[in-house]
Design a protein around this ligand. Structure first.
Ligand SMILES: [Zn+2]
Ligand SMILES: [Zn+2]
Length: 271
């Protein structure tokens, strides 16, 4: 694993965003299932669906997933507005309307029956700890952090309606010291991954997964997901146009995991 870490850390992710790689046609390069629009408060105001689609078309994206945040305080009526906006747009990119829904705590989430029925897919986040409405760990000890992250993740994997988990077990910058991740043993995540497998829930790989401080754990975790036979959802988690469709950035991870097109998640009706 040490060699792997060095190998991945030595690559410059930006290199893979270049247009010279356009001739490569692996499925993951044509997918971006995690994009925020102006309906997400944290997204740039120029993240309009029309601009996003134009950017995607220019970057060879064939499948786009819109995933605006649904947090505890979100008025979900924006989803109907987003659906109307999408209906008026046509073009080469297949667009799927999803959401990025918060797990608020073990046993608590924001996904309504209506969302399950009307959205094309539901992506769930169980680690938005920078959001105060999400249950915080009791203290900052590495053991407590590990337990809390795992419990939240396991709960997300138990949600039968979830299609994929966004940035699984990722520690967001400015929240906690990510070194606790290295205390998590492979066996600790197995029950949650079994549950994800039962529920057909895919795990996301986004450019966030390249975070160097968390890369050793990330690769260990992703290898386990692959061994479990889980699919991988690919998304940029773009909040700005520059990042839209930049899923080629994850090329070093895809190569290391030896992912094939059949490992890549697609929403219902995509093929
Ligand atoms: Zn997120
Ligand atoms: Zn996001």
């Amino acid at each position: 694993m040490a060699g792997l870490r060095v190998g991945l850390a030595g690559m410059e992710p930006g290199h893979y965003g270049c247009d010279e790689f356009r001739f490569m046609t692996s499925l993951y390069e044509k997918c971006d299932f995690h994009v925020h629009t102006r309906f997400s408060p944290c997204a740039s105001p120029d993240m309009r669906v029309s601009s996003i689609l134009e950017t995607c078309a220019g970057r060879g994206i064939k499948y786009l997933g819109i995933t605006d945040h649904v947090a505890a305080e979100t008025d979900t009526r924006f989803l109907a507005e987003a659906r109307r906006e999408l209906a008026s747009i046509d073009g080469p990119v297949r667009v799927f309307l999803g959401c990025e829904a918060d797990v608020l705590g073990v046993g608590r989430h924001v996904v309504t029956e209506e969302m399950r029925e009307t959205l094309d897919f539901v992506c769930v986040s169980a680690n938005h700890f920078h959001t105060r409405s999400v249950a915080q760990p009791e203290n900052g000890s590495p053991e407590t952090l590990g337990r809390h992250f795992l419990d939240m993740f396991a709960y997300a994997c138990s949600l039968g309606f979830a299609d994929f988990i966004a940035h699984p077990l990722m520690v967001f910058p400015g929240t906690f010291d990510p070194r606790f991740l290295d205390l998590i043993e492979d066996d600790d995540v197995v029950p949650a991954l079994k549950s994800a497998k039962r529920n057909n829930i895919a795990m996301e790989i986004s450019p966030r997964a390249l975070d160097r401080e968390q890369l050793y754990f990330r690769m260990r975790f992703l290898f386990q997901c692959k061994e479990m036979g889980l699919k991988f959802a690919v998304g940029s988690d773009a909040h700005r146009l520059e990042l839209v469709g930049q899923t080629r950035l994850i090329a070093p991870i895809v190569r290391e995991l030896q992912l094939e097109d059949e490992d890549i998640w697609l929403p219902r009706g995509a093929d």
